[in-house]
Ligand binder design. Structure first.
Ligand code: PAF
Length: 284
């Protein structure tokens, strides 16, 4: 496995690979959810229908804490305190079967400082998570477009847990004709039902128990079709939980839809438990 820090080295390392490049973009602080993305990438490569040798198969994982997708372009505690655990992450990625880790620093990624030209994610990026984090999805889309341009992957893997991010990236690929096949990987949940997240490490045992109110509300919508207003009320009355939003939207365009839905839909929620903000979603 190679750990690469510069764009020039990355381009050089990938110059002889023509067939199957898989990209797993991350910000590090890896957990089971990220490893499931690598495992999906490896499985797809193993199952591919190609006459070429395995030298033509490469899984690249990027680790880059992207300031553009944080408040004030990274001039905030959330960015400064984001866990940076490169050594541990590299070990995990190597044992999961990653061939190349691309871990540039900020100056390497943005040598001229904040870029002048961004990918704009419009209304799709301004709602739900974007309402609490203005500009977040523009920052995500801009760095993902740069990663696609540098790595030129055939496939890229994103977790279903960040459902809005996934929808925005799919839309970007469609609108900008980027030739990358976007693969969604299902949410990994703990035995208690909480979705895996780098932020879970900030939860005490009591916080974690309180946080279960979110998957419980989503399950009640999915399994019992309880009234959406009732689900919102139960969630905001849960101990230790501050509700940001609980919405039901169309899965691709993320447009609000009437409850109960008559076609496949996506229920998404965000809560804060103490200082930790958590998101989750389920298909309806
Ligand atoms: O999901 C993430 O970790 C990030 O938003 C991503 C896709 C790596 C872009 O910085």
């Amino acid at each position: 496995m190679k750990l690469i820090k510069t764009k020039a080295e990355l381009i050089d390392a990938l110059s002889s690979v023509h067939e199957n490049i898989a990209l797993v973009p991350t910000m590090g602080a890896l957990h089971e959810g990220h490893l499931s993305l690598v495992s999906a990438a490896r499985t797809d490569l193993a199952n591919r229908d190609s006459k070429n040798t395995s030298d033509d198969d490469v899984v690249v994982a990027s680790i880059f804490v992207n300031p553009l997708q944080f408040a004030d372009l990274g001039d905030c505690d959330d960015y400064r305190n984001y866990p940076r655990t490169l050594e541990a992450d590299a070990k995990l990625l190597e044992s999961a079967g990653v061939d190349i880790i691309f871990a540039p620093d900020v100056e390497e990624m943005y040598p001229q400082g904040t870029p002048e030209i961004w990918v704009r994610t419009g209304e799709m990026g301004a709602q739900l998570e974007g309402a609490s984090r203005p500009g977040h999805f523009d920052g995500v889309a801009t760095v993902v477009a740069k990663l696609f341009s540098l790595v030129r992957p055939h496939r890229a893997y994103f977790g279903q847990k960040d459902a809005q991010q996934l929808a925005v990236i799919r839309r970007m690929v469609n609108d900008l004709d980027l030739r990358v096949d976007i693969r969604a990987v299902p949410i990994i949940r703990g035995a208690d039902g909480l979705a895996e997240s780098s932020r879970n490490q900030h939860l005490s045992a009591a916080d974690r128990q309180n946080a279960l109110a979110l998957p419980t509300a989503l399950t009640a919508l999915r399994e019992r079709r309880i009234d959406l207003e009732q689900a919102r009320a139960e969630l905001s009355n849960s101990p230790g939980v501050e509700l940001d939003y609980l919405e039901v939207v169309s899965p691709k365009a993320l447009k609000p839809i009437a409850w109960p839905p008559t076609a496949p839909a996506l229920a998404l929620g965000a809560i804060s438990v103490g200082d930790t903000r958590l998101i989750d979603n389920m298909d309806i």
